[in-house]
Design a protein around this ligand. Structure first.
Ligand SMILES: *Cc1c(COP(=O)(O)O)cnc(C)c1O
Length: 402
């Protein structure tokens, strides 16, 4: 192959912006790293982050906590999940999602994925009825948003409590409405590979006062709930504060200080991601061997990663395809591997959950590939990457022709 090797790094994020570094240094100098260690009347960085994120997300309340997975697990608890109760969720998602359900005492029941990488609404309706589930933890996996209008009809018809996993949709919209504003609550991650970066961290948004009061106490607020920036009023806590256990998982001021200055940059970063996404998309749409999930008109996504299918690819050819890309410097992730690799695993390797037949999902995952698009990649880098993927897809299909 004449094509040049790509030398960029798929895990290299942009540096934390200077004002965030300065804010972090201030926190360190103050010694007040714990979120409730505030001078009298002064709101902490964690509390200010909650206020600013709630405003940005257009939600009444926000809680900052330890991770996205932790956020989902206390969200389920605060929403009233009972021991061994069923939680419906996407079969195509990341391991912290079933993990959070199990951590909260629930039992995940997986819903099939569609070729467009969103939850299968027919399977959802069917399983909502057969299990009589009360909860749907909807994972907008890799930023693909299902038709939320149709979803809402199923949610209402089956009286489901909707919780959104927005780890990949911070800043995305369905129509005019922000992803995360469709159900009881939404959970976000501020882990390094998501849309804002504090290494680890989680955010919960909601408009429901009692839910949020329970989540705040669960997160480990002790009796400091009045020091929260975007919390319901003290009355809401009067009983909840004594009835709710402390599952210690707070966010500290250091991480909050790093995150606050990143919020105003989110919108411009979304544009930068989408510019890169579009370049890759334009190129790969011209490759016959590659199928690209269609995205609905109403979806305003954040293109921080890219997914495509090579339909009918066998395991052997999938390995060859990955290897060929790797030799040219492109790191692909493949959800169809029998062996879970790095961040990527699928329902077959979650042995702590009873086996569930998911033939459509298995079929789709077997031919689904995924790349990250870090903002350190230039637009030329994205052209280069797409060229390599396209070339490898054509080569593989030539070899695999029968
Ligand atoms: C990253 C991620 C989470 C949660 O992330 P944490 O690492 O726990 O912060 C949840 N859902 C999806 C789909 C994710 O990718």
């Amino acid at each position: 192959m004449s094509i040049q090797r790509f030398s960029g790094n798929f895990t290299q994020q942009e540096p934390i912006c200077d004002n965030a570094i300065e804010a972090a240094v201030e926190v360190l100098k103050s010694g007040r790293i714990h979120r409730y260690n505030t001078e009298k009347y002064k709101f902490s960085e964690a509390s200010l982050l909650e206020e600013e994120f709630a405003k940005w997300q257009q939600s009444s309340y926000c809680l900052a906590c330890a991770s996205g997975g932790y956020a989902m697990s206390i969200t389920l608890k605060a929403a009233g999940l009972k021991k061994d109760e069923v939680v419906l969720t996407n079969a195509f998602t990341l391991a912290p999602v079933p993990g959070a359900i199990v951590n909260a005492g629930g039992q995940p029941i997986f819903i099939e994925v569609c070729e467009d990488l969103v939850i299968d609404l027919d399977d959802l309706d069917k399983k909502a009825k057969s299990t009589k589930a009360r909860f749907l933890l909807l994972s907008h996996m890799r930023g693909h948003i299902v038709d939320m209008d149709k979803l809402q009809i199923i949610v209402e018809a089956n009286k489901l409590i909707l919780i959104e996993d927005c780890a990949h949709t911070m800043g995305a919209k369905w129509g005019d409405r922000k992803s995360g504003n469709f159900g009881l609550a939404a959970c976000f991650s501020t882990q390094t590979y998501k849309h804002i970066n504090s290494g680890e961290g989680g955010l919960i948004s909601s408009n429901d006062a009692e839910f949020m009061a329970r989540a705040i106490i669960l997160s480990g607020s002790y009796m400091h709930y009045e020091k929260h920036g975007a919390a319901p009023d003290a009355n809401t806590f009067s009983h909840i504060r004594l009835e709710t256990p402390n599952f210690s998982g707070r966010m500290d001021n250091l991480r909050a200080a790093i995150l606050r200055p990143q919020i105003p940059n989110l919108n411009s970063n979304i544009q930068r991601w989408n510019k890169r996404y579009t370049i890759i998309d334009n190129k790969l749409s011209t490759i016959n061997e590659i199928t690209i999930p269609t995205r609905p008109q109403k979806e305003h996504y954040v293109g921080s990663s890219y997914q495509f299918l090579i339909k009918g690819i066998t395991t052997e050819f999938a390995y060859r395809f990955i290897k060929a890309n790797k030799e040219l410097g492109v790191e692909l992730k493949w959800f169809g591997d029998d062996e879970p690799v790095a961040f990527t695993s699928n329902h077959k390797s979650w042995l702590y959950i009873d086996t569930q037949p998911l033939p459509t999902t298995d079929n789709i995952l077997s031919c689904l590939f995924d790349i990250r698009i870090p903002l350190t990649f230039s637009t030329q880098d994205c052209e280069h990457i797409a060229e390599i993927i396209g070339e490898c897809a054509q080569q593989i299909s030539l070899k695999g022709a029968d």
